[in-house]
Design a protein around this ligand. Structure first.
Ligand code: 5GP
Ligand code: MN
Length: 336
């Protein structure tokens, strides 16, 4: 491990830096990465943001998005940058398996690895850690890192503020989850003062859906929603055929699980989707119910208590059956 003063000394001269984040990046992954990018380029560093996979259209308006390199689309260029870097920032994830194939390349790279993250149970691959599970977003920790660890608040310009606000807004469910504490609201207010146009950011992220997505959402709610009142659970399941029929692309399924959770009395919602290589589960819960425990124990995944994910090697029907078979074990907690 290196100390913050050692890191500060390193960052005092131009470095070759890679910033990476988890696969299928969401608003916090892209917001924290591009926020840190917009800060570091002002300090004269050579910086690249490399994502393991593509990400939704509704995040592609973020400042400096056009400089992002997608590993699956440019593997050689990505690996060249990873192997040449002095510093690799790992944002919004803490196990290298979350970045697919890129993970082992980063593990083997000679660069120092710097983790900024808010997920449980970090893997021990890093050389510096700014980690706090109470943070509502990695973007909140990037803000804290720049302001309080590097004492560089004056470099939080409009681009940095816009990106970090986006990460905080998306990961806090637009400031409605318990993680959106009064300090988070204060940070949001500071970011607005520093140039984040909150109304425009909200519109660009949430009112930017394709027609396909809306029609697909209608289909999910009308035809694919199953409510298990005996467990206070709601499930939406989607086949690969349906994804094809509605021309669903990355990002179009984001947030659909929240509609299932919005039904009164529902404590746990599941969105189970048949992807080409595996069946993916997204779970959301209310209150103390540990959605991440189910993902970790049964679906090779994890996440936060109220928002977690995992995957299954079984087919869709068997995954749905397995998910339902787990519910009796949690019945008491689900009916509390
Ligand atoms: P989503 O349902 O949006 O895919 O994921 C919700 C949250 O669960 C993410 O923010 C992430 O923290 C976590 N998560 C999703 N999939 C996985 C997974 O496969 N493994 C782990 N460890 N966490 C996951
Ligand atoms: Mn996050």
């Amino acid at each position: 491990m290196i100390s913050i003063s050692e890191l500060k000394t390193l960052l005092a001269t131009p470095q070759k830096i890679v910033i990476t984040t988890h696969h299928k990046p969401d608003g916090d992954a892209m917001g924290s990465s591009l926020g840190l990018y917009a800060y570091l380029i002002q300090k004269g560093h050579h910086v690249s943001v490399i994502t393991p996979t593509d990400y939704p259209d509704f995040l592609q308006w973020l400042p400096n998005n056009s400089n992002v390199i997608i590993y699956t689309e440019s593997p050689e260029k990505s690996l060249e940058l990873v192997n040449d870097a002095n510093l690799i920032f790992c944002l919004d994830f803490n196990t290298l398996s979350r970045i697919n194939e890129l993970g082992e390349h980063i593990r083997n790279a000679s660069a120092l690895k710097l983790m900024i993250d808010h997920h449980l149970e970090p893997e021990d691959f890093d050389d510096y850690r700014h980690w706090n599970i109470n943070a509502c977003a990695a973007a909140q920790l990037v803000y804290d890192f720049i302001l309080n660890e590097l004492n560089d608040g004056e470099f939080i310009n409009k681009d940095v503020a816009t990106c970090l606000y986006t990460g905080i807004m998306t990961d806090s469910g637009s400031f409605r989850f318990p993680s959106a504490t009064s300090s988070v609201y204060r940070i949001a207010a500071d970011l607005i003062d520093l140039g984040a146009e909150h109304w425009r950011i909200h519109q660009l992220v949430y009112d930017n859906a394709s027609e396909n997505r809306l029609r697909f959402l209608g289909h999910c709610l009308s035809n694919k929603l199953e409510i298990l009142r005996e467990f206070n659970v709601a499930i939406i399941t989607v086949t690969a055929e349906e994804l094809k029929k509605y021309n669903i692309v990355t990002g179009d399924t984001e947030g659909i699980v929240n509609y299932a959770l919005s039904i009164n009395g529902i404590k746990l919602a599941a969105f189970i989707i048949e992807r080409t290589d595996k069946v993916k589960l997204s779970l959301r819960s209310t209150g103390d119910f540990p959605a991440n425990e189910i993902c970790k124990k049964y679906f090779n995944g994890g996440g936060h208590r109220n928002a977690a994910g995992g995957a299954s090697e079984k087919n869709l029907a068997d995954t749905i059956a397995e998910f339902k078979s787990i519910l009796p074990e949690y019945k008491t907690q689900l009916l509390q």
